[in-house]
Design a protein around this ligand. Structure first.
Ligand SMILES: C[S@@+](CC[C@H](N)C(=O)[O-])C[C@H]1O[C@@H](n2cnc3c(N)ncnc32)[C@H](O)[C@@H]1O
Length: 259
């Protein structure tokens, strides 16, 4: 739990995350009074590293061996060599993992937060995947290019206009492309989320995800626990015809959207 960064049970990132919440309490208190929100980029820098350390063990344990194989025909395409955009990539943990596993494919990580993109570029260099990986500063509603696979890891609900992002993803996918949406695990109703995982996510959501969404255009404020039914409205609102839950863990659910 505390010593092995690669263990799926590694929790030190979550405890470090709490320190970021304490440091930013005053900003969040003011945001509750003003209604203005707190941008992801306005938080203490440790939040960005903590988020990477909290989510990466789950990606290490599941992304290559179970989440991608759960999507229709995606692994075959990745092995052959296709174009992938990882949007809201943060420090690029998911991008680097996919680039290592599928050297024939080309990966672009996008995030609106420039310091995270800098960090992701260094991570790709250290991991030796500089050849098939690129990182650029861009927002979810305006990133460039056309892709076979677009991935969003734990970030759709943080965005002010997730439906606008869904519309942009739809326009950036090839006709037979796939949008993979990894979101914090949540049931559709509050009562069903009152378990240890849901409680952690509601707390983090109140301090980080909801104020981050409120700070952006539209400010939909889904929070970290919207559940599949609410996410379905966002995804189909962006023009997607098919959506199914492809996989889940206690911490994440993986949705597959097709144009
Ligand atoms: C909870 S972090 C997840 C980061 C990374 N995907 C991971 O799983 O470690 C949310 C990320 O979404 C990014 N983000 C938020 N709003 C965005 C937007 N409108 N366009 C692009 N990125 C955005 C933030 O900068 C942040 O890096």
């Amino acid at each position: 739990m505390f010593a092995d960064e690669d263990s799926p049970a590694f929790m030190a990132g979550a405890f470090e995350f709490l320190s970021a919440l304490w440091l930013d309490e005053e900003k969040v208190r003011q945001a509750f009074q003003s209604g203005n929100g707190v941008g992801w980029h306005d938080h203490s820098a440790c939040l960005f590293r903590d988020t990477e350390r909290f989510f990466r063990p789950g990606y290490n344990a599941n992304l290559i061996d179970s989440w991608l194989p759960a999507l229709e025909g995606v692994v075959e395409k990745l092995e052959r060599g296709v174009d992938v955009a990882d949007v809201g990539c943060g420090h690029g943990a998911s991008t680097v993992l996919m680039a290592q596993a599928f050297p024939n494919s080309r990966f672009v990580g996008f995030d609106y937060h420039a310091p995270s993109i800098e960090r992701a570029r260094k991570a790709a260099e250290v991991a030796g995947v500089g050849v098939n990986t690129r990182f650029d500063v861009a927002a979810a509603k305006s990133y460039p290019g056309t892709y076979d696979l677009v991935t969003f890891f734990d970030c759709l609900h943080d965005m002010g206009d997730p439906t606008g992002a869904a519309t942009h993803v739809h326009g950036s996918l090839k006709p037979d492309g796939t949008w993979m949406i990894v979101e914090p695990f949540a049931h559709d109703h509050l009562a069903a989320n009152l378990n240890p995982v849901g409680r952690v996510y509601y707390a983090a959501s109140t301090f980080v995800c909801t104020p981050a969404s409120v700070s952006q255009e539209v400010g939909l404020a889904l929070g970290a626990q919207p559940g599949e039914a609410r996410l379905r409205k966002v995804v189909t609102g962006g023009g997607f015809k098919r959506l199914r839950r492809a996989a889940e863990t206690p911490f994440n659910m993986v949705l597959e959207a097709r144009p």
